[in-house]
Design a protein around this ligand. Sequence first.
Ligand code: F0G
Length: 367
Amino acid sequence: MLLLSKIKNKIRPNYRKKKWPGLINAYKKYLPVSSKTPIVTLNEGNTPLIFSQKISELIGNDTKVYLKYDGLNPTGSFKDRGMTMAISKAKEEGSEAVICASTGNTSAAAAAYASRGGLKSFVLIPDGFVAQGKLAQALMYGAEIISIQGNFDKALEIVRDLSSNYPINLVNSVNPYRIQGQKTAAFEIVDDLGFAPDWLCIPMGNAGNITAYWLGFKEYSKIKRNLKLPIMMGFQAEGSAPLVKNIIVKNPETLATAIRIGNPVNREKAKKVKKESKGDFQSVTDKEIIDAYKILAKEGVFCEPASAASVAGLIKNKNRLKKQSTIVCVLTGNGLKDPDCAIKNNEAIFRKNLEPSLDNIIKTLGY
Ligand code: F0G
C-alpha cells in the first residue's frame, strides 16, 4: 500500500497534486471578498490556454495563436467566472432571489450557481433565440424561465427596472461583481504565458467581458511590473454591431445568438477599453464566423458560434500584425451549447441507414 502511494506520488506531476479551488479562492486577494463571504463555487476557472498550430500557420509571420477555452467552465461558458462572484455576494447580502436577462449563457450560469447557493433564479430570454443546450441547462438547474416576444435588449430593460423596485438581485454584467470575477481570466493568461499577449481578440455582446479582461490586465500590471498591456480587439457580428457602428441596432440579427445584442449596457466602458488599449472594434459576417468555427473544430476545439467571432476577427486582421506576435483568442462558450448550429454547418461525411453487414461497411469505407 505504502509502496503504491509512493509510486503514485512519483508519477503524478506536481501541478496535479493541488486541487484547483475555484477562482475566488485562487485569486482571493484580488477580489472584493472577505472571510464572511459564503463562497458559492463549482471550481470554475483554470481553463486551458491551448496553442493552435493550424491557426498560427494560417496567420503566418511567425505568429503564435493561443485559444483561451473558457467553454470548459462548469456550465460551459465564461459566465461562471462572474456568476461565482455575483451569487456569493448576493448570498452575503442576504438576497433570496436573483434575476437576469440572457441570450442563454448567463441564464445557465445564474440558474446553476443560484441553485447551488440556495437562491431562487428568474431568467428572461428572447423567445426562439436561445440555443437548445443553454435552454436545457436553465430548465435543469432550476430557474424560473420567462421568454418574451422581444430581444435581449428589451429583456434587460425589464429586469433592470424590476430589480431596482423589488428585492431581487440583478446578475447581468451591470452587476460589478460579475466583472470582478471575469477579470480572473486575464490573470490566468498572464500566469500561463508569463506575459500578456500582443493582442487579445474577443467577441463582444453586452461588452462586459472585454471590460473585465482589460481590468484584469491592468490590475495585474500593477502587481507584475514590466507587464506590457495587450491591444484589445473586440469583434461583433455584422448584423449586431452597435459598438462598431456606434449606434443602437434596433433589430440585431446574427446566427451567433449569444451576441445578438443591439444596445450594449457596457458601451461607455468598452469605448474606454478601446481607447486605453489602442484597440479596435470590428465586425465579422456570419459566414466568417462559421468559417472560423469550422477551422477551430478541425483543431479539435469545438466552441459556440459567438466565440468563433474572435478567431474570425483575427483572420481578418492578419496583415496588420507585427512579426512574431503572440495572440490570445477568447473562446467564450462550448460548442455543445448550440448543437443545431453544428448540425447545420459542417462538411462531415455522414452516411445514414446502411445495411449492417461487414461487407457493406467495408465497401462503403472504400477498402
Ligand atoms: N460569447 C458568448 C458565448 C456569450 O454568451 C456572450 C454573452 C458573449 C460572448 C459576449 O459577452 O456580453 O460580455 O460582451 N452572453 C450574454 C448572455 C449576453 O446572456 O449569455 P459580453
